[in-house]
Design a protein around this ligand. Structure first.
Ligand SMILES: CC(C)(COP(=O)(O)OP(=O)(O)OC[C@H]1O[C@@H](n2cnc3c(N)ncnc32)[C@H](O)[C@@H]1OP(=O)(O)O)[C@@H](O)C(=O)NCCC(=O)NCCS
Length: 365
């Protein structure tokens, strides 16, 4: 069946895109669409080859399941898509994750304001109803995305920003000082560094203390399951790094067996000029003593030594995270993009969709 909006002469057909069942021709079309959409929303950002993109989308995610839906126009071209990620049943904490679905996707610029986004939201509502989900979360940065989410009745719950720093502007004397201050014997801390991979036996012992630090990072008003580092995620990530090339770096300051401060980062062979900063955190009782600066300084020196071709560091920070933003500013980080995290429940979604009745046939292949 074919579905159209009342005011829209063009039909859009909805179908599932399954990375494990798609034919070679379907992959060519899907990856071309994915590339175009990325170029539209993230202009000038480097993208991996088609083969790497396909491999990435085909990889098994042990903790999450992704539902990919596409909307095609009358010519069979992909007009828009929605990816809905849910926690797999039977995984740790799945009850805490059960109410939530994470949503990503969009509509080609050439096909916007024709009801495609709304059509895709019907698929979201259907999944939420079927699976008993109550809250969908969207991360957006473009003005039209904020406008769309406001119109559908979603609430902005959290703001974050991507900050970037040029290695060339680093103040080496300051880095050396930060490192020395954090490592001062008076603190009695010892430094633990892993470059490349962290052995799984060591990672296993770190999941609980690092999760406690992660959980303490501010996420403003987002409704969410507890944030945890999980070994299964690391296994999948390391398998991906093994395939495409890359490194994981971990810097710890320990008081005996306890983690006082952590900084972890990664390097991806597909984007060899960048360092991706991950978590930096200091245990509450160790705050205010320069430890965050210390672990960051150690990390930056480490990555620069291992990868002299790295020119830029990229990090994501909550807008409410004043301490982290202040440290990053001192290092030379500057805002590159502002993101908003929105959430919506089934009642609001249903209410919005009821204002956009479908008058015609529905196509689902
Ligand atoms: C957000 C997005 C998916 C909307 O797709 P779309 O197909 O244009 O949306 P619809 O045609 O169904 O719009 C539904 C209503 O939302 C509102 N809306 C959508 N875009 C808008 C804009 N740029 N300005 C103001 N209102 C807007 C309108 O009320 C619209 O109804 P109308 O056209 O009858 O006035 C699209 O702009 C996009 O791809 N943005 C970038 C990626 C993104 O944000 N994805 C979603 C979250 S991950």
């Amino acid at each position: 069946m074919l579905e159209t909006r009342a005011a829209d002469a063009r039909p859009f057909a909805i179908s599932r895109f399954d990375p494990h069942l798609a034919s070679a021709a379907e992959w060519v079309q899907y990856v071309a669409y994915w590339r175009l959409r990325n170029e539209e929303d993230f202009p000038h950002e480097p993208l991996p080859s088609d083969a790497h993109a396909q491999q990435f989308m085909q990889q098994h995610m042990p903790l999450h399941e992704m539902h990919r839906i596409v909307a095609r126009d009358a010519h069979g071209h992909i007009a828009g898509s929605i990816n809905m990620s849910v926690r797999r049943e039977g995984t740790p904490d799945c009850e805490a994750h059960a109410p939530f679905v994470n949503v990503a996707g969009g509509v080609r610029q050439s096909h916007r304001r024709q009801g495609v986004g709304s059509l895709l939201l019907r698929e979201l509502l259907a999944l939420m109803d079927t699976q008993g989900k109550t809250t969908a979360t969207f991360n957006v940065h473009l003005p039209e995305s904020h406008a769309f989410l406001a119109v559908i009745g979603a609430t902005e719950k959290h703001r974050s920003m991507e900050n970037r720093m040029a290695f060339a502007g680093l103040d080496n004397a300051a880095l050396a000082r930060w490192r020395a201050e954090a490592l001062a014997p008076a603190h009695g801390l010892c430094l633990e560094i892993h470059a490349g991979r962290v052995p799984f036996e060591r990672l296993a012992t770190l999941m609980a203390p690092l999760s406690a630090l992660l959980e303490d990072a501010p996420t403003t008003g987002l409704a969410r399951a507890p944030m945890r580092f999980e070994l299964a995620d690391f296994r999948a990530w390391y398998a991906e790094i093994d395939r495409r090339g890359g490194e994981h770096f971990l810097v710890l300051l320990r008081e005996g067996d306890e983690v006082a401060a952590v900084c972890d980062a990664s390097w991806n062979r597909l984007y060899p000029d960048r360092m991706f900063q991950r978590l930096t955190a200091v245990a509450r009782r160790w705050r205010g003593k320069g430890l965050a600066k210390g672990v960051k300084a150690v990390m930056l020196q480490l990555v620069r030594e291992r990868h002299p071709g790295v020119v830029m560091a990229v990090t994501q920070n909550a807008e409410v995270n004043a301490p982290m933003l202040a440290i990053n500013r001192q290092l030379g980080f500057a805002p590159h993009r502002h993101d908003g995290a929105y959430q919506i429940g089934t009642e609001s979604l249903r209410a919005f969709l009821s204002t956009r009745p479908l008058t015609s046939r529905e196509a689902r292949t």
